[in-house]
Ligand binder design. Sequence first.
Ligand code: ZN
Length: 67
Amino acid sequence: MVGCLPKDPSDKRKERDMEFHTGDQPEEGRYRCKNCGYIVRITSDTEKLPACPNCGHHEFEKLEDED
Ligand SMILES: [Zn+2]
């Protein structure tokens, strides 16, 4: 699965492991908008993070407490 990822300019400054952006294709799980707290659920590992449906922000953090 590794090798054909799109170029990510934020890759060189890895300040946080848990940060994701619009257009990223993370694993399944819940991602919380860092601006408004809206939670986006990703249900497939081919699904891409959208812009926040609530506020249009592009930064998310992953929630680990998945039930
Ligand atoms: Zn938001």
